[in-house]
Design a protein around this ligand. Structure first.
Ligand code: ADP
Ligand code: ZN
Length: 429
C-alpha cells in the first residue's frame, strides 16, 4: 500500500512540522478579533512561538460557546475576497457556529479526505455513493471533494430517499457508500422489506461516521450487508469528516497530525492525560487560513493509541469515540453513556437495528426505558420467547450500566427512522 511521505514522517520530524505550522496558526489567530482579545487576556504576545509542549500549554482553550459569541465574523482571519465557502452548525441554543474556508483551506481538507479514503483501501476504480446530507452540515461536501480528488466516480445522492439509493447503487455499480451507521442499518431493513437481494449490489465498503457507534454496531453492519466498514471522525469546527480515519487494520483512527495538534485532557481539571487514558479530545488547527482554532475542546471522549500501526503511518490513532462529555446521562446518580446501552443491544441475538432510550421522572426518581426493535428473523407471536428475550436484555443492560431499566420490545419498523444523525435519547426530566 502506498501513501504520501508526510503520513509516515518520523515522530520528531512530524513534531517540528507541527511547531512550524503552529506559528502560522498563531499569526492567523491574531488577525481575528476574538483571538486578539483572548490571547492578550492570557498574556500571550504576538511574537509568542512555543518551543515545547509545556509552552504550548500556556495557550488558552477555545470552546463551542466562544464560537457562538464570535458569530458571525469574530473568528474570521482573512478578507472577504479570499473566502469561498462557509459551513455552519445549528446547535441547540439557536446561535450557530460558523467556519469559513479559503480555496487553500478547502484544498487541504480535500487532501486529508483523499488520504483517508486511500487508507481505507479506496481507489480510482471505485464508485462512491455519498448518502450524507449536503448543505451547511459538513458530512456531504466533506467527503465529496476528497473522493473526487482520489478519482472515484462520485454519486452525490445525499441522505434519504432509500429506494432511489438502491436504484443508484444497482445501476451505477456503487462499490463504496458513506452514511451514518444508523442509516446503513435502516438500509438493510429496507432491503429485507422490499425483497432486494444482496447479490444485486456491488458494494464492498462503507465509510461511517457522524455519530457514536460501538464495535458491535460495526460488526453488525458488516455481517448484515457483507461489507467492510470503516470509521471516520470529524466535526464541523475542525472542517468536518476526515479529521481521523481508520486504515485497513481497523484498530483506531489515525488523526492527521500534520493538520491538527491533538491533546487528551481531563475535562474537569483541564490537565493533559497520559496516552491511553480516556478524556476529552482537544485539537489545534495547523493548516487553516480562514478560521484558525487553538486548543479547541471537542467534548468528544476518546484516548490516544500511541503504539505504531501496522500500516506504517506514524500519525497516532484515537480510539472509537465513546460519546460526548455532554451526552452522559446521570440516572439516579449513576453515570451512563448511551453508547454502553447501544453496545449491549447490538451484540444481542434477536435484537434489530433500531432503538430509543427514554429517561423521565417517576416521582422523585429517574426512570430509564430502553425501547428496541426485534430482528425480523426473531420476531414471533410466542409471548414466552418474547418475555425471555426481554429478561435477557434487561439483565445484560443491568450488568453493563448497573441500573435496572424497563425494556420494551417492538416489532421491526415501529421506531422512528433516521436518515442522518440519529436522535436516540429522549430525556424529559
Ligand atoms: P453537530 O455538532 O451539530 O452534531 P457536526 O457535524 O460537527 O455537527 O458533528 C460532529 C460530532 O459528531 C462530533 O463532535 C462527534 O460527537 C460526532 N461524530 C462524528 N463522527 C463520529 C464518529 N466517527 N464516531 C463518533 N462520533 C462521531
Ligand atoms: Zn494504520
Amino acid at each position: 500500500m502506498s501513501f504520501s511521505k508526510v503520513e509516515a514522517l518520523a515522530r520528531g520530524e512530524l513534531e517540528s512540522l507541527q511547531f512550524d505550522r503552529l506559528g502560522f496558526t498563531l499569526e492567523q489567530a491574531f488577525k481575528t478579533p476574538f483571538y486578539r482579545g483572548r490571547l492578550k487576556e492570557a498574556g500571550i504576545g504576538e511574537d509568542f512561538r512555543p518551543g515545547s509542549w509545556e509552552e504550548f500549554q500556556r495557550l488558552p482553550f477555545t470552546v463551542k460557546d466562544d464560537l457562538r459569541a464570535a458569530y458571525p465574523v469574530g473568528l474570521l482571519a482573512e478578507p472577504h475576497e479570499k473566502i469561498v465557502r462557509l459551513h455552519a452548525s445549528s446547535g441547540t441554543t439557536g446561535i450557530p457556529t460558523v467556519i469559513y474556508h479559503t480555496k487553500d483551506d478547502l484544498s487541504s481538507w480535500a487532501g486529508l479526505v483523499r488520504r483517508s479514503l486511500c487508507a481505507a483501501g479506496a481507489g480510482e476504480s471505485d464508485v462512491f455513493q455519498n448518502m450524507m446530507t449536503y448543505g451547511l452540515f459538513t458530512g456531504g461536501f466533506g467527503l465529496h471533494y476528497g473522493a473526487e480528488e482520489l478519482g472515484m466516480l462520485v454519486i452525490p445522492t445525499g441522505a434519504g430517499n432509500t429506494m432511489r439509493q438502491f436504484r443508484m447503487m444497482r445501476d451505477f455499480k456503487t462499490t463504496i457508500v458513506h452514511a451514518t451507521p444508523s442509516y446503513l442499518l435502516h438500509i438493510h431493513e429496507k432491503m429485507r422489506e422490499e425483497g432486494i437481494g444482496r447479490e444485486e449490489l456491488f458494494l464492498r465498503k462503507a465509510i461511517v461516521g457522524g455519530e457514536p457507534h460501538s464495535e458491535d454496531t460495526r460488526r453488525k453492519i458488516e455481517e448484515l450487508l457483507k461489507i467492510d466498514v470503516y470509521n471516520c471522525y470529524g466535526l464541523s469546527e475542525l472542517n468536518g469528516p476526515g479529521v481521523a480515519f481508520e486504515c485497513v487494520h481497523k484498530a483506531g483512527m489515525h488523526l492527521w497530525e500534520d493538520a491538527y495538534i491533538m491533546e487528551i485532557i481531563d475535562p474537569d481539571t483541564l490537565l493533559p492525560l497520559p496516552d491511553g487514558e480516556t478524556g476529552e479530545l482537544v485539537c489545534t488547527t495547523l493548516q487553516r487560513n480562514a478560521t484558525p482554532l487553538i486548543r479547541y475542546r471537542t467534548r468528544d471522549l476518546t484516548r490516544i493509541i500511541a503504539e505504531p500501526c501496522a500500516c506504517g503511518r506514524t500519525h497516532r490513532r484515537i480510539a472509537r469515540i465513546m460519546g460526548r462529555s455532554d451526552d452522559m446521562l446521570i440516572i439516579n446518580g449513576v453515570n451512563v453513556f448511551p453508547s454502553q446501552i447501544e453496545e449491549v443491544l447490538m451484540r444481542s441475538r434477536g435484537i434489530g437495528s433500531n432503538y430509543q432510550i427514554i429517561v423521565e421522572k417517576a416521582g422523585a426518581l429517574d426512570k430509564l426505558t430502553v425501547k428496541t426493535e426485534i430482528a425480523s428473523s426473531a420476531f414471533s407471536d410466542d409471548t414466552r420467547s418474547m418475555n425471555a428475550l426481554t429478561r435477557y436484555i434487561k439483565e445484560a443492560l443491568k450488568a453493563s450500566i448497573s441500573i435496572n431499566p424497563a425494556v420494551e420490545l417492538h416489532e421491526p419498523g415501529i421506531l422512528p427512522v433516521w436518515e442522518g444523525k440519529a436522535t436516540r435519547v429522549i430525556d424529559t426530566r
